[in-house]
Design a protein around this ligand. Structure first.
Ligand code: ADP
Length: 876
């Protein structure tokens, strides 16, 4: 039931809503489908359905307050000081939150509208998954991406930003690769114009007018204070415009940090679609979708949060430009070959705070003294690192290009070192973040405060002596300020007329007093500390100004540090695993010696088992390997390890092999037959076929495809027929590099007709009646399928195994006599002949049609023509 009231509803016969309710409802209207946090004193309160949702998600008490429309108003609330934690849980729960703050003090409200005036409130910000900057709401090692999508001129524009670090990119994507691009980015939130055609699930719809290319160009120019955006397409401008408009909306006019947008040429990156990412578990594992168990988690040895985020983004978007890849590799190699240097650089990085995120908060207007301290310490560390790296001989080109960004902040760092205490606090309320000696006037105010406190201490001693109450104390709290307190039983002397004390409060066991002397001293202290706080705030403002002025240079330093972290970390991992430097060649080859699957290898190592390394050799004349062998023999592992090696190499990493020579891959596809994936509940045969269709449509000669047990999700005959045709199609039409694992022994016959196809198998043998899986990939077809032996390994009861052996014997006899499942397939015309036949039919129909003048036909002739066309199409 939706108990949300209609706008300003005052139902007939019922009391009109209170002024507060009217204000609340107006704000709720503005908040739309976001939960509204309505500030009341020290709490954010939620009402109506919002309260129900929040109380459930947060597991907090649902109460009620007053009435609306004759019914109690459901309410729940969270304390302001603890709001971040609650916000985090609501955001994780898929909600968005509008924060309505008091925009004036109660005193201002009274001055404005009399004693009963309602304090004005307004939404100051929307908190949404894609627009967070708070440390506590973000994972330090993961980027947090907001995507905006737009259509213009028949193209899709994509703008993506991580406002916690200022990252901003735009690109033009083909409709077919939109899903792959979104998979690469893994956005926390997507916005698009109302009516956007290819709306991904969960997209937030925004007004069309926000996604306008002309407006977008203007918004970019306004935000960046000029700049040339002429190279961006209309779709890109529209997407960027939509992104800026959304950020303006969520920040209610306060824009976060954005670097100049990078124009991303989608075709410069290895294309990996969602299904391939899932099946290869590149940045997330298949079970549960977490980071643990993924390739990323396996190789990540970065030290800083920014490094971890950059590594994730590198692995998600491997490069295709040989020069750029080799540039990254040269830096990794440099660290690889210099262990002492690597150790010292990594030790230095360990000390560095996350400058990028601190900068993001400062620019978003939520910077704290602690953020400034982090920026100072991070930049100082960057300078020291630069000195150390700059002193090394023969620096790789990539490092050379990074070094200048590490320096140049000396004056600001010096200023911040003088201005801020060593570890500044997050909160500004208590002051104490501006260092002693930075500002003489501030020091004097602080001294006055300290003197005052010393005077109060002396006063306390004097009062104890004069009253004879040894337990008398002068205390301070936020409500009363300074007061004198004695136990109730000792209160009489102070209560006496002419004692010089005035009574303020009687508590359970104590009585509180004031004295004119204390009052005066308290006033002096209060004034001094108020002025001191204001002086500190003014300094903070000024320091923030310095950061804002240098935001781009600071961001460049942060990026350079992250790149150095990534390179040193990859070097560390390579040394650990004895990985090799990949070698890139011009042709479409893939030659890997001693290749290993890094994730499986470390899982095995934990239980003391050894991983068996295997070779792979694909080249244009041997581009398709058919890999057969028993279940659990290691086929999937072998297929995947080669795909992972391609990803690692093109991301600029060493690879788990003794040698690797490869021609750059443009698209990578990995598909697993349905039954392997049934546990996830989504891979039906249909999904398998949709995915296979995508490969056949998209793989080029430069692509690398691994297909694992395709055709497994249907009946034996269907499955074999489909697998057969898919192998032929890939061999003849796509001509890409491909590893095809199958349990259909019959497919091995394809080796006779397809000359670039070769047969391989994972070795197994039976030893004393038991199956031994060797996990070794060898030439030639598997001699048997070992299904029953695998079943025995799995613990099928002996009577069932014995019976299965009998049935198998019978079936095999039948096969020997009839030629088996694939009998007669050897006589099939070639795949290309089938293609030609399909083409020829279409062409004859087209020729007949183009030669016909429809207007000159009588009804009878038209009917005849239809019959004739049907005949030409071979359907008669
Ligand atoms: P298949 O695809 O043939 O059914 P998998 O590739 O799933 O087999 O491998 C099954 C198990 O065998 C893996 O989980 C792993 O423990 C082990 N394995 C696979 N390849 C190797 C290898 N090269 N060396 C050692 N163990 C391996």
């Amino acid at each position: 039931m939706d108990s949300r009231p209609a706008k300003n509803a005052a139902l007939p016969g019922l009391a009109a809503p209170t002024p507060m309710m009217v204000q609340y409802l107006a704000l709720k209207e503005k908040a739309g489908d976001c939960l509204l946090f309505y500030r009341m004193g020290d709490f954010f309160e939620l009402f109506f359905d919002d309260a129900r949702v929040a109380s459930q998600t947060l597991d907090i008490a649902l109460t009620s307050r007053g009435e609306h429309g004759g019914a109690p108003i459901p309410m729940c609330g969270v304390p302001v000081h603890a709001a971040e934690g609650y916000l985090a849980r609501l955001i994780k729960g898929g909600h968005r939150v509008a924060i309505a703050e008091q925009t004036e003090s109660p005193e201002q409200a009274k001055a404005r509208g009399g004693s009963k005036a309602l304090v004005a409130r307004d939404i100051i910000r929307f908190v949404t998954a894609g627009t967070l900057t708070e440390d506590s709401l973000l994972d330090s090692w993961a980027s947090n991406i907001l995507v905006a999508l737009a259509e213009a001129g028949g193209e899709i524009g994509l703008a993506a930003a991580d406002i916690s670090t200022g990252y901003f990119e735009v690109s033009c994507v083909a409709a077919a690769s939109l899903e792959a691009e979104l998979a690469r980015l893994g956005p926390s939130e997507i916005v698009a114009a109302e009516g956007f055609a290819a709306m991904p699930y969960g997209t937030i719809e925004r007004p069309r007018t926000d996604f306008d290319s002309v407006g977008g160009k203007g918004a970019l120019a306004a935000h960046f204070g000029g700049g040339d955006f002429a190279s961006l397409s209309r779709a890109e401008l529209a997407a960027a415009g939509g992104l800026l408009a959304y950020l303006d909306h969520v920040g209610q006019g306060k824009m976060p940090f954005l670097k100049m947008p990078v124009r991303r040429e989608v075709q410069h990156y290895l294309l990996i679609d969602q299904a391939t990412r899932d099946s290869l578990e590149i940045t997330r594992s298949a079970n549960g979708g977490g980071r643990a168990g993924s390739l990323l988690a396996e190789i990540d040895r970065t030290i800083t949060g920014a490094g971890a985020r950059m590594l994730a983004s590198d692995l998600s978007a491997p490069l295709m430009d040989k020069g750029a890849i080799e540039g990254r590799l040269a830096l990794v190699q440099w660290f690889h070959d210099a262990p002492l240097l690597r150790d010292s650089v990594r030790a230095a990085l360990r000390q560095l705070p996350d400058i990028a995120r601190a900068l993001g908060r400062v620019v978003a207007g939520r910077g704290s003294p602690r953020d400034l301290g982090q920026i100072r310490d991070g930049l100082d560390g960057a300078r020291i690192l630069r000195e150390r790296l700059g002193a090394m001989a023969e620096r790789p080109a990539l490092l050379e290009s990074l070094l200048p960004s590490l320096d140049g902040h000396g004056a600001m760092v010096d200023l911040f070192t003088r201005a801020l205490v060593a570890s500044p606090p997050t909160e500004t309320g208590q002051g104490g973040y501006i260092a002693e000696g930075y500002d003489a006037a501030l020091d004097a105010l602080r001294l006055a405060g300290r003197d005052g406190r010393a005077a109060v201490a002396a006063m306390e001693a004097r009062y104890r002596a004069s009253t004879g109450v040894a337990s008398l104390k002068i205390r301070h709290n936020g409500v009363l300020g300074y007061f004198i307190e004695v136990p109730a039983k000792n209160a009489d002397p102070l209560m006496a007329a002419g004692s010089g004390f005035t009574h303020r409060q009687t508590m359970a066991g104590a009585v509180r007093f004031n004295s004119p002397e204390l009052h005066e001293e308290a006033l002096r202290i209060g004034q001094a500390s108020g002025h001191a706080l204001a002086a500190e705030a003014a300094h903070l403002e000024e320091l923030i100004g310095h950061v804002l002025d240098r935001r781009n240079a600071i961001a460049a330093s942060a990026d350079a540090l992250a790149r150095i972290d990534v390179a040193a970390a990859l070097a560390e991992r390579a040394v650990e695993g004895r990985w090799c430097l990949p070698d890139f060649v011009a042709g479409n080859e893939l030659h890997i010696k001693g290749g290993r699957h890094p994730v499986v290898e470390s899982a095995l190592a934990k239980s003391g088992d050894r991983f068996i390394a295997n070779d792979c050799g694909l080249a244009p004349d041997k581009r398709l390997w058919l890999v057969s062998g028993p279940n659990m023999g290691g086929k999937s592992t072998f297929l995947r390890q080669n795909a992972l090696i391609v990803i690692l190499a093109q991301a600029g990493s060493y690879v788990p092999a003794t040698s690797a020579r490869l021609g750059i891959v443009d698209r990578l596809f990995s598909r697993v037959g349905a039954s392997d994936n049934l546990a996830r509940g989504r891979s039906t045969f249909m999904v398998e076929m949709v995915e296979t269709a995508a490969i056949l449509a998209q793989a080029t000669e430069r692509s690398f495809v691994i297909l694992d047990e395709v055709g497994r999700g249907t009946s034996t005959y269907d499955g074999l027929a489909i697998a057969w045709a898919v192998v032929e199609g890939i061999h003849e039409a796509n001509r890409c590099r491909c590893l095809f694992a199958t349990h259909y022994h019959e497919l091995t016959r394809l080796a006779d007709s397809l000359d670039a196809l070769s047969l391989h198998h994972v070795r197994a043998k039976e030893y004393k009646g038991d199956l031994v899986l060797l996990h070794e990939v060898s030439e030639g077809p598997a001699d048997r399928s070992y299904g029953i032996a695998v079943a025995k390994l799995a613990g099928l009861p002996p009577p069932v195994l014995a019976r299965a052996s009998q049935v198998l014997e019978k079936l095999e006899k039948g096969r020997a006599e009839t030629g088996g499942l694939a009998a007669g397939l050897g006589d099939l015309p070639l795949f290309s002949a089938a293609l030609d036949a399909a083409e020829a039919k279409v062409d004859a129909v087209r020729e007949r049609l183009t030669g016909t003048d429809i207007d000159a036909l009588s009804p009878r002739q038209a009917l005849d023509l239809l019959y004739e066309l049907k005949g030409l199409a071979g359907e008669e």
